[in-house]
Design a protein around this ligand. Sequence first.
Ligand SMILES: [Zn+2]
Ligand SMILES: [Zn+2]
Length: 280
Amino acid sequence: MVNILEFIIRSKALYTTWIYYKPNRLLFDVGEGISAALGNKIYSIEKLFITHSHVDHIAGLWGFINTRNNAMGSREKDLEIYYPKGSKNIEDYLNFIKKMNKYLRFKLYIKEVEHGDIIPLKNNRCLKIFKTRHTPGEKSIGFQIIEKRKRLKPEYRNFSGKEIKEIILENGKDEVLEEYEKKIITISGDSLPISPDIIEDSDTLVHECTFIKESDRKLRNHTSLDEIKKLLTYISPKRVILYHISSRYNRLINKAEKELTESFKNIEFHIVHPEEISII
Ligand SMILES: [Zn+2]
Ligand SMILES: [Zn+2]
């Protein structure tokens, strides 16, 4: 079986986080080390979505812009950056970066977004913004990729293939097909657990899990593994990717992954190791 690369993820709480999603050429957050790690792949990124202004999520942006402008590659490719509306820190940082790179070879589009906004993507997909609960006073958002698909209208679901073909020949496809929205991926960003209503029916959940041990958590601004387990009693994604893990748990990653796989047999789990680049 050929494995198709979807994600390249680097994430270590407090140090760096970035998620590259290849099918739609998207980048979620831009922590330090990204340009050196991705190399020429940085030119393939078309849209960058920033969850919030904490430095472990944005420190790589200056280098990312500079490298795209100067390294060997498609330096003329446009880049769009989306960030949470009203995030003054990100605005100041973007202005600084623009000042330091006065002569950009590519077009840079910068746009603030908020809860409920929808950004069109290629391949019949779009991206929906939802607000998250992280640090007080910090604007933070999560992202959901949605695909428009078609299925048989309920009234035709008991018809045979032959009957359906005849109806299509006579009245066209739209007579039997309806459009619906399929949630493909939900990405939490730094946050307390995302509401099951938002995640429900999402194929893949990419959720932060800073704390493997609940007792280590002092403030309520990140998610613990116990909370993830609780969340998974309400929803059942096909695949769960946990990231933003604290490096104090380096030795517990394999054990935690094994336990999750045993407890939730229908779900495929990946825990992004704080010291490694995960290719999924
Ligand atoms: Zn963080
Ligand atoms: Zn944060």
